[in-house]
Every structure is written in C-alpha cells, then in structure tokens.
Design a protein around this ligand. Structure first.
Ligand SMILES: [Zn+2]
Length: 243
C-alpha cells in the first residue's frame, strides 16, 4: 500500500512538472504582448489587448491614476471639481486642456468621466483613425458627439434606472468628418452596403474592446442616430454589452 501511494505521488509530480513546462514553453513561444497580460500597466500607446478594458475599469474611481494615464499619452487635462448630487454626482469628470485636438472631439469642451475619456482616446487612435484610412481612404478630422453629462434616468423616463449619462460615465457619438470633407452619419449611413456602413460597423465593433457598454442602431430605435458608449460598473469580470 505504501509503495503504491509513493508511486502515485511521483506520477502526480511528473504530470504537474510537465504542465508547468508546457505553460513556460507556450509563454516563450507565443510571447504575449504587454496589453495581452493582466499584470502589466495600461498604456494608451499600446494596441488594444485582451486586458485593456479590464484595466480601464480598474481606474474607474481613481481619477489621479487615470489622468496620469492620459498625461503619459500626451493628453493634458484640466481639473473639473466634483459636482452634482446623489444619482447625478460626478467625481472624475475630465476635460482636455485648450488646444488638445488629438481626440478631434467636437464640441471640444466635453468633460466625461476619466475612463470614458481614456477609452475614447484608445478608440480614436487605434480603431477610428485606422478604419477611416483603410476603409474610406481618408483621415479622421472630427468626431461629432452629442455630449456626456445629463442628470436623467434611462431614456429620460420618470422612473427606473439612472442613465450612465447622469454621472458623465457615457458619451454619445453621432458622426465623423474626414479629411476629404465627407461626413459619415450614424443616422444616414448605418443601413447600407457601402463603405460608409462598413466603416461604422468596424468602429462600433472596435468600441466594444474598450467600453463596457456599446449600443448602436442595432440595439433599438432610440439609438438610430448615435452610438452610446459607457463604462458602467458591471462588478467583477464582465463581458460587456455590445450591440
Ligand atoms: Zn447615451
């Protein structure tokens, strides 16, 4: 009996060793990029990776860290003191300093929650700009948005859940202006087979990699004329909402 217990332990050790060796070998062979590893610091200059959205959500309540992240990516911000009451309390609103046109947001004075701003930067640089060049053959010059903060419940109803807009934790996007003068509109160009529709679908899908909620005209009629992006706290591990 004793001997068989001994051999079982040896066999278990051999298996465990083989598994660890296989994991090390896989790591060495595939060399995951920093953005694909959970323990590396987030950088807005890296491509969007497996853990980018998760790392962004970890900064939701940490405005100083989040603003430092923007700063390291070359985006200067001006402090927005906390404002609003109860369900409409905003604590991490972040406005880009004057003359910061790296995000091409129009109007420029929008002040969403910091992780919404950071995700917008990633999306603009690594999704929208490349998609504009590859699909439309022009570069992005302006992103037209419909604002961030609005102290209201969802769909402006008198009761029910509060909107993420109530805490500036959201941003609505209506259209894009390109270097050749073209304007791509969510309302006008979403339905169709053309390159404008392909572009809109690509940037919608790309947003799902950095925002916890992405709602497009595919979701419902209320979103026929804009994309809704937010960083809602879904608690723990989240797969996000992407429609
Ligand atoms: Zn919205």
């Amino acid at each position: 009996m004793k001997a068989s217990g001994f051999y079982r332990a040896i066999r278990w050790l051999v298996w465990a060793g083989a598994l660890i060796l296989a994991a090390l070998l896989a790591f060495a062979l595939f060399r995951p990029a920093p953005q694909d590893l959970p323990w590396t610091p987030l950088s807005l200059d890296q491509p969007i990776g497996l853990f980018t959205r998760h790392k962004l959500s970890g900064l939701r309540d940490d405005a100083p860290q989040c603003r430092a992240l923007l700063h390291r990516a070359g985006l200067e911000t001006t402090a927005v003191p906390a404002f609003g009451n109860e369900q409409c309390r905003v604590t991490t609103a972040t406005r880009l300093a004057a003359g910061q046109d790296m995000l091409a947001l129009s109007p420029t004075d929008v002040a969403p929650a910091c992780t919404v701003m950071a995700a917008t930067a990633l999306w603009t640089w690594q999704v929208v700009q490349p998609a504009a060049q590859q699909i439309l053959g022009a570069s992005l010059v302006r992103i037209e948005h419909l604002g961030s903060y609005s102290c209201r419940r969802m769909y402006g109803r008198g009761e029910g859940a509060w909107s993420e807009h109530a805490t500036a934790n959201a941003l609505d996007i209506a259209g894009f202006v390109l270097s050749d003068g073209r304007r791509i509109s969510v309302l006008r160009d979403w339905d169709g087979e053309g390159e404008e529709a392909a572009f809109l679908r690509t940037v919608r899908d790309g947003a799902c990699r950095v925002f916890s909620t992405v709602l497009s005209p595919d979701y419902n009629r209320q979103h026929a004329d804009h994309f809704h992006f937010d960083q809602a706290d879904r608690g723990g591990v989240s797969w996000g909402v992407c429609r």
